[in-house]
Design a protein around this ligand. Sequence first.
Ligand SMILES: Cc1cc2nc3c(=O)[nH]c(=O)nc-3n(C[C@H](O)[C@H](O)[C@H](O)COP(=O)(O)OP(=O)(O)OC[C@H]3O[C@@H](n4cnc5c(N)ncnc54)[C@H](O)[C@@H]3O)c2cc1C
Length: 387
Amino acid sequence: MDVILIGGGIAGLALAHQLAPDHRVTVLEASPGPRGGGYMIDFFGPGYLAAERMGIIDALRSRGHVFEGVRYGTPDGAESGRIDVGPLVAASGGRYFSILRPEVELGLLAVLPDTVDLRYGARAVAVRDADLVGAGSPRRAVVELADGATLESDLVVACDGVRSVVRGQVAPGHGGIVPMGYRVASYLYQDPQLAEELGERMLMTDTVRRVGWVYSAGGGRVGAMFAERTDAALTERPVPDRSRLQREFAGLHPQVDRALAHAPESFYDDLVAQAVAPCWSRGRIALAGDAAHAPSLLAGQGTSLAIAGAEALARSLRAAGPHVEVGLTEYERRWRPTVEAVQRAGRRSASFFAPANRAQLRFQQIARRAVTLPGAARLAARRFVAP
Ligand SMILES: Cc1cc2nc3c(=O)[nH]c(=O)nc-3n(C[C@H](O)[C@H](O)[C@H](O)COP(=O)(O)OP(=O)(O)OC[C@H]3O[C@@H](n4cnc5c(N)ncnc54)[C@H](O)[C@@H]3O)c2cc1C
């Protein structure tokens, strides 16, 4: 059948890879090319296992890296603690690495079958059912593009991220995001000297309400990420503002200040949010990846779930053959419990992400010392990586 995927990010490319052997696949991606910039993500859990089954793990792993762990730093530049990543790697049976989000996209592009029609600069603005021919539910769907063109296919899957334009159509009343009370900014820049000083450990600031991270991103690059608490009622996407970023995050740590001085004009800046939809398909229109079930970076598994969900959807469609709606229902029945568990874990960790006050910071420092005890480290790691 003809399948249109809206969004050529992680979920869209992984799904295209899986559907291409059986279907004619078109991917519509709004950006003019692969999205650059980005942040380091931890890749583990269901997505790792799915990538192994899909035969794409080497394309991803070869672009990733295993850090020694995290070093915590205070505003005077002193080290206030460490966490090693070793127990996490061991508990996952070695199925864990860190990778820049844009590298995941490049890895997926490298293994994308050339039968996939990938169109950059193609922004979908609406999706609707195709006209009914006879009785019953619609058997095709139509995508409207920003340039006025329309495309029709047997199935449309929206892989257009947490701010999906399609989710509200599939699940009325759930088109918006569910903000978690944080805003995050991140960018990459060249700084071989700081990259060398940072070495094999990420630096995270031990600070209240605002937290900064800096890490060596390979090739002399430094990655910087900044999180701050915000009003949880805000939903509007913030406008990146370099001067504001430099002002608000100044003084967290001397190495973070150095990275702040290099903040580019344009960078990633958004609210940390989940997406919740009580149903993931309606007729021949379906949702996948963050568009269906963004867990937010608090859960740390958005990329992993996007890949594993794409594989689950393709498997259900394959098993259902011509009964597409049955395949979509089965995908949701099998996959929803996993993503809801990850989303719950993300919500539970929300209050710990950036301590609200000095008492919470102190509590986290004590908890961190407990986690570094060998037995506790193994236990915590096992909970974290369990698929
Ligand atoms: C700061 C930060 C840190 C994170 N850390 C982690 C982590 O540690 N581990 C982890 O696993 N995940 C992490 N994530 C989450 C992860 O990046 C996403 O969950 C994951 O990329 C989901 O993939 P996706 O393809 O569903 O959505 P996206 O990657 O958002 O891709 C959506 C694509 O759709 C395109 N698009 C949007 N609208 C349209 C349209 N109308 N028409 C056509 N194309 C459109 C976009 O340009 C984009 O390419 C983090 C996220 C952030 C913000």
